[in-house]
Design a protein around this ligand. Structure first.
Ligand code: AMP
Length: 143
C-alpha cells in the first residue's frame, strides 16, 4: 500500500503553525486537535520544521514553564524527513524506526500534501495483513 492510497482514505488535511507562534499556542493546537505533531510552515507555505509534543516536553524540562512563551522556531526540528506519495508503508516504517519519530509529512511538487502518523501506519498495515491472511486462507481452501 502506498502513501497516496492511505491519503485517499484518511484525507490530506495537515495541521500547520507559524514559526513565530508560541509553544503555548502549539500545545493548545495539539490538544484541541488530538494530534501529536504540527508541521511548521514559512510564508510561502513550505515546510520549514516539525514540532511534536516531545519537543514541548523537552523545552519544559530544560527551561521550565517560561518555555511556553518561546517561539516554535526555537524548539522545532529543522531537518524534516518527508516522503512522497509513491512510497510504501514498509518504507515509511523504515524512516520512522531509523529516525525514531512518529510523523512523516508528505510533500508533492514541493507542497505539503498530507501527513502520515505511526497510528496510520499501524492501522493500514493491519488492514493489509488481514487482506493477505484472507487471500491465503481462500487459496488453501480452494487448492
Ligand atoms: P515524534 O515521535 O514524531 O513525536 O517526534 C520525536 C522527535 O522527532 C521530535 O523532536 C520531532 O520534532 C522529531 N520529528 C518528528 N517527525 C519528524 C520528521 N518527519 N523528520 C524529522 N524529525 C521529526
Amino acid at each position: 500500500m502506498t502513501v497516496r492510497a492511505i491519503l485517499d482514505l484518511k484525507g490530506r488535511e495537515v495541521c500547520t503553525i507559524a514559526p513565530i507562534a508560541t509553544l503555548a499556542a502549539a500545545a493548545r493546537l495539539l490538544s484541541d486537535r488530538h494530534i501529536g505533531a504540527v508541521v511548521v510552515t514559512g510564508a510561502d507555505a513550505r515546510v520549514i520544521g516539525i514540532l511534536s509534543e516531545r519537543d514541548i516536553v523537552r523545552a519544559l524540562a530544560a527551561r521550565g514553564s517560561g518555555a511556553l512563551e518561546e517561539q516554535v522556531a526555537q524548539a522545532m526540528t529543522r531537518d524534516v524527513i518527508t516522503c512522497g506519495g509513491d512510497e510504501t508503508i514498509s518504507e515509511l516504517m523504515h524512516h520512522m524506526t531509523a529516525g525514531r519519530f512518529r510523523h512523516v509529512p508528505v510533500v508533492e511538487n514541493e507542497r505539503l500534501a498530507g501527513i502520515i502518523s505511526i497510528g496510520d501506519v499501524v492501522k493500514y498495515r493491519l488492514a493489509e495483513m488481514e487482506r493477505e491472511k484472507g487471500a491465503l486462507e481462500e487459496y488453501i481452501r480452494t487448492a
